[in-house]
Every structure is written in structure tokens, then in C-alpha cells.
Design a binder for this molecule. Structure first.
Ligand code: LLP
Length: 391
């Protein structure tokens, strides 16, 4: 039985300074077990957790202990992954703008694969590897020109997006890769976007990968392993109905639609679906204010701890976890204290009447919450606590 946030004894929080992140470790463990069970069904499937989603040390340790690899997008993330138990060979590193020092860090660490996003980057990696007398393992990140049905800011696989090598250039960049002495070709990498809940988007990706593999083989070029990226979405509206993302449906699409050859590995880079459900941002009500036409619940958490509502109009279900069932329901705009009109968590939301000091939890905040926190307005970075801290 998954313990849901509203059942959690809030008296444990009384002495803690808000805002903070609360992570349900049992739920994270359950999620990791569900992913592992899926991977166990297919010998060639490999998971590289996208650590940009949440790089909290406790969470990284739990995930690396499961034997997953890491998907990184900066030299800092490569270092973080390795410092928290991810095997260097299981680290993959993507990003359109890798600096020389970041490439050198990854070369020194001996990571498993650079996901290369342009011919120019390929040549720099080749040179830096030759200088060190090593061969850099590389996959080519392809821009598959597939639109995912998600927020425009988080699609990545369209021709208009900056990511990857476009389909027309792929053949020639692959030729170059094979000719350069400082790199070793490993395969192809794709990522179409994030918070994708329509499995047909992943099916379209499989079809694109299949036709591309077929075309490369026809030209006598190697395909290598396939990395399909991440992107599986979660249910932000109903966090307690579906605490786990739909891993069954997700892996089923790849099992059914991605053509693989014997010995070919399929890499996955899930981030959000692994960590979003287990995290909540816990805030306290500071003031309730009557506006001209609405009522504001002003909490002590803000866009500096959780920027997703301000940046993507994302919804994180607010729950008054201090109220008992007897309180009347009232409609609020739930806002933070930062000096920006966009520092709003939710508009016109019904909550049990809010009083100063009540805890308001913003649910499903385990992904792209703590990692995107900032110090704007000289606010301190949020602390984090784990369900196991309160046993
Ligand atoms: N692989 C690559 C190459 C990526 O760019 C990403 C995410 C992932 C994997 C992991 O995707 P996921 O499984 O988490 O969807 N800050 C935004 C999300 C940005 C995602 C960037 N790339 C948000 O808060 O919604």
C-alpha cells in the first residue's frame, strides 16, 4: 500500500523550517522496483536515470544502488553521478553545448557514451580524446523531427528545436564518425520531449528509428545500439490515483514497435516518471488576504523552490494537509512571496479553509523541482527531508 501525502502525520513537520522538499522513500523504492521488473523482461534494455530531474544525494544513492546508469547533461552532472555511485561506464552525456573542460572531465572519468549533437562537437571530442591518447565512445543524437504532445517548452525532437543532428546530415556525420581515430561509434540517440502521456508519440519514435536503421543498413552503415531517451509523463492532477507512472504501457510500446537485432542494446533515459511522484514541496500559509474579486492564500514557498508553475503553467496539486474534514471549502489563488506576478502556484483552487500556519503540500514535485531551485530574491535553497527521517 502506497502511503499518500494526506495521510502523513503533519505533526512531524511542526518543528521544521518551511519551505522544504519531502520525499516518500517507500514510493521511490516501489517505483524503482517497478522499472527494474520491466527491464528484467528484456535482456538488452538499460536504464540511465536522467539526473537533471532530481540530483538530491539521497535519491541518487537509492537509484545508483538499483544498478541503473545515469544520463547527464553537464560536466557537473557527470561528476555528481560518479560521486554518488553510478558506474562511469553506465554514464551517458548529452547536451548541445559541451565545453572543452566538461568533455575532458567525462573523458577522464571514462564514461560510457557521449551523445553527440553536431559535427562540430564530434571533431572537438575527437581532438580532445586524441590529446589524452584515448578513444571516446560516441552515439549520434538524431533530431527525429517528431512532435510530442506536450508543452512547447519541453518538446525537443522537432526540426525547429536546437537538439540533435538533422536527418539529412546524419549519413555524412556517421561517415565522419567512422573515419575519426579518437572516437568509437556506439549507436544512435533520440529524445522527443518530456511529460509525454500519449503512447502514440513513442510509437512514432519507434517507427522513425526502425526506418532510419533500415536506411542506414541499406547504405552499408552500422546502426549500433539505440538510445530512445526519456519523456514518460506522470499524472499531476490525481497524484493518489496513480502514484506510479504507467511503466507497463511505456515499455510495452518499445517491446512491440521497436525492431531490435540480436545483441543490440536499447537505452532509456527516464527522469520525471522515476522521481516526480515521490516528492512534495511543503509550505506554510503565511497570510490569507481578501482581494477585490478573489481570496489569496499566501504561502512561504515560491517559484524559487518550484518554478514549474511560473515557467510552464504546470500544475502541482495543492493540498491543505493540516485541515480536518470539518472545514468548509473555500476558493483561493495560492501564491508565493516572490516579487513577480508569475509567482503563483494555482488559481481559483478549492481548498479546505486555510489558516495561518497550515501546511500546504504541492504534490508530484519530485522532478525538476529541487534541481531547478534558485536563490532569486536572496532566498535560501530548500532543504529536503525523507519519509525515513520521521520513522
Ligand atoms: N534525455 C534527454 C536527452 C533529455 O533532454 C531529457 C529531459 C531526459 C532524457 C529526461 O526526460 P524525462 O524522462 O524527465 O521527461 N524542466 C522541464 C523538463 C525538461 C526536460 C529536459 N530534458 C520540466 O520541469 O517539465
Amino acid at each position: 500500500m502506497v502511503r499518500v501525502m494526506k495521510d502523513f502525520p503533519t505533526h512531524s513537520f511542526q518543528t521544521l523550517q518551511t519551505p522544504f522538499y519531502f520525499y516518500d522513500t517507500a514510493l521511490l523504492q516501489q517505483t524503482l522496483d517497478a522499472v527494474s521488473a520491466q527491464l528484467a523482461r528484456h535482456e538488452g534494455y538499460r536504464m540511465h536515470y536522467a539526473i537533471k530531474a532530481n540530483a538530491n544525494p539521497v535519491i541518487l544513492r537509492m537509484i545508483s544502488a538499483k544498478g541503473f546508469g545515469a544520463d547527464c547533461v553537464s560536466g557537473g552532472e557527470v561528476q555528481l553521478a560518479i560521486a554518488h555511485g553510478f558506474a562511469p561506464k553506465s554514464v551517458v552525456y548529452a547536451g548541445v553545448g559541451k565545453s572543452d573542460w566538461e568533455i575532458n572531465i567525462a573523458l577522464d572519468a571514462g564514461i560510457g557514451c557521449f551523445n553527440v549533437e553536431s559535427a562540430a562537437e564530434l571533431h572537438v571530442i575527437n581532438e580532445l580524446a586524441l590529446r589524452k591518447g584515448v578513444k571516446a565512445p560516441v552515439a549520434l543524437r538524431v533530431n527525429p523531427d517528431i512532435g510530442a504532445h506536450t508543452h512547447a517548452n519541453i518538446t525537443t525532437g522537432l526540426a525547429e528545436n536546437k537538439f540533435g543532428i538533422n536527418l539529412e546530415q546524419l549519413g555524412s556525420v556517421l561517415h565522419e564518425t567512422l573515419s575519426l581515430p579518437g572516437v568509437e561509434y556506439k549507436g544512435l540517440h533520440f529524445h522527443i520531449g518530456s511529460q509525454i502521456t500519449d503512447m502514440l508519440d513513442f510509437q512514432a519514435l519507434c517507427n522513425r528509428v526502425n526506418s532510419l536503421s533500415h536506411e542506414l543498413s541499406r547504405q552499408g552503415l552500422p546502426v549500433g545500439d539505440i538510445n530512445v531517451g526519456g519523456g514518460l509523463g506522470v499524472d499531476y492532477e490525481h497524484p493518489d490515483n496513480a502514484p506510479l507512472a504507467d511503466f507497463d504501457a511505456y515499455f510495452d510500446v518499445f517491446r512491440r514497435h521497436l525492431d531490435t537485432r540480436p545483441g543490440q542494446l536499447v537505452h532509456f533515459e527516464l527522469g520525471r516518471s522515476i522521481v516526480a511522484p515521490c516528492g512534495s514541496l511543503i509550505t506554510r500559509v503565511l497570510y490569507v488576504k481578501e482581494g477585490t474579486s478573489k481570496r489569496f492564500a499566501i504561502v512561504d514557498g515560491s517559484m524559487t523552490e518550484l518554478i514549474r508553475p511560473a515557467l510552464y503553467h504546470a500544475f502541482h496539486l495543492p493540498q491543505n494537509i493540516s485541515s480536518d474534514a470539518a472545514r468548509p471549502v473555500t476558493t483561493y489563488d495560492v501564491v508565493g512571496p516572490v516579487c513577480e506576478s508569475s509567482d503563483v502556484f494555482a488559481k481559483a483552487i478549492d481548498l479546505p479553509e486555510c489558516h495561518r500556519g497550515d501546511f500546504i503540500a504541492f504534490r508530484t514535485a519530485g522532478a525538476y523541482g529541487e534541481t531547478m531551485a534558485s536563490g532569486y530574491n536572496a532566498r535560501p535553497l530548500p532543504k529536503s527531508y525523507f519519509s525515513t527521517d520521521f520513522l
